[in-house]
Design a protein around this ligand. Structure first.
Ligand code: NAI
Ligand code: MG
Length: 359
């Protein structure tokens, strides 16, 4: 018998209740096939929980979640709940408390999915956005002063530390060694002449330790245009919390839909559980209709298994996603007619139908 992994399952809000179970069905299929066990426990945290209890998580939530190997998460946020709270009280809290300082966000064109970039193929769109996930622009250090008065003012301070920059840089260069040996630092040090100039300097120092990896730097404005015009130049993109947030949604768009993007909030040292979630939000506009695309959630399941060391099972999930899209089994966001559960079912069927030895 293989290993047992303790997985905390947090559906969150909106389409979370549909796509997370879709992802869990795929996880169960590969666990059975590859002989490992998933000891799952659900937690009802999110904006829905807030409406009932006045907080996004129970008071002992972090202590409890800490005992798990990983957190499989959908998204949080509801239109009727103050939208400054979900990130502060759930997502960022988990990411920072558990030192998930890497936000791993791959971008890839699947067979059978038409990218809006009509001249590009699967070979051209295949890279990873590595987003610094614990500091930078999103530390939420700032203040609104005299907000209601004519002299009102507001500020948010970005914080970049040598420690934080070095560890995300090392992660990125090591990742590049497993891919196509290329790191692009996406920055804006020409205008953010303190914080991002320091960011660049520390990364350049780390780059010297990886002479086998091609290193270059690009400004965020040019990088945004390049995502659309020449995505084939990218392999590993190393960038800050804010830039990574925006660029990975753009990555989702060039894949064909936000609903396709998977991600991991990773603590590489495994001192704490990591959290795996699609790149998009809770999509309240399409919740409850069984039409949300579950592929971002299912891809997140594959990234989770890869992190836990079940690499073969992770590869099989990816093969299952590709077989499903290649057949044209697509949800409405990709101009298809399949439901959330039909897409998940198709990935499960692929896993159940293929022999272990053929993968
Ligand atoms: P969103 O990502 O939820 O939705 C943006 C657009 O993409 C919508 O039109 C939606 O229908 C579509 N979409 C997203 N996921 C899809 C899927 N799986 N299949 C098909 N279509 C999909 O972003 P939005 O509307 O800005 O935010 C909605 C809520 O989600 C807010 O409360 C926001 O705070 C929250 N949010 C939560 C995140 C998290 O928990 N990590 C991340 C981003 C937003
Ligand atoms: Mg985002």
């Amino acid at each position: 018998m293989g290993k047992t992994y303790k997985i905390a399952v947090v559906n969150g809000d909106g389409i979370g209740a549909e796509i997370v179970p879709a992802g869990v069905s795929v996880l169960d299929a590969v666990a059975t096939k590859y002989g490992f066990k998933l000891d799952k426990q659900e937690f009802p945290f999110g904006a829905g929980y807030f409406k009932e209890h006045g907080k996004f998580m129970s008071d002992d939530a972090l202590e409890t979640l800490k005992k798990f190997d990983a957190i499989f998460f959908g998204a949080v946020g509801l239109p009727e709940v103050d939208d400054t709270l979900p990130a502060r009280d759930y997502t960022f809290r988990v990411r920072t408390s558990f030192e998930q300082y890497v936000n791993y966000r791959p971008v890839k064109l699947f067979p059978g999915v038409e990218s809006p970039l009509r001249y590009k193929t699967e070979k051209d769109i295949d890279f990873v956005v590595v987003r610094e996930n614990n500091e930078g622009e999103f530390v939420q250090s700032g203040k609104i002063m005299h907000g209601d008065k004519p002299g009102g003012m507001a500020m948010d301070t970005s914080i970049f530390t040598r420690f934080g920059i070095e560890r995300i840089a090392h992660y990125s260069f090591k990742l590049a060694r497993k891919r196509n040996s290329k790191v692009t630092n996406v920055t804006k040090s020409n205008t953010l002449i303190n914080s991002l100039a320091y960011w660049d300097r520390v990364i350049a120092e780390v780059a010297e330790e990886y002479p086998d990896v091609e290193y270059s730097k690009m400004y965020i404005d040019n990088a945004s245009a390049s995502f659309v015009l020449r995505p084939e130049i990218f392999d590993v993109i190393l960038t800050t919390n804010l830039f990574g947030d925006i660029l990975s949604d753009l990555g989702g768009a060039i894949m064909g839909s936000l609903g396709l993007g998977g991600s991991g909030n990773i603590n590489p040292e495994k001192d704490f559980p990591s959290m795996f979630e699609p790149i998009h939000g809770s999509a309240p506009d399409i919740a409850g209709q069984n039409i949300a695309n579950p592929i971002g959630q299912i891809w997140s399941a594959a990234i989770m298994l890869d992190h836990l060391g079940e690499t073969e099972a992770a590869k099989e999930i990816m093969a299952g996603i590709e077989a499903t899209t290649a057949k044209g089994n697509l949800t409405k966001d990709l101009r298809g007619t399949a439901s959330t559960s039909e897409v998940a079912e198709s990935v499960v069927q692929f896993i159940n139908a293929t022999k272990l030895s053929t993968i």
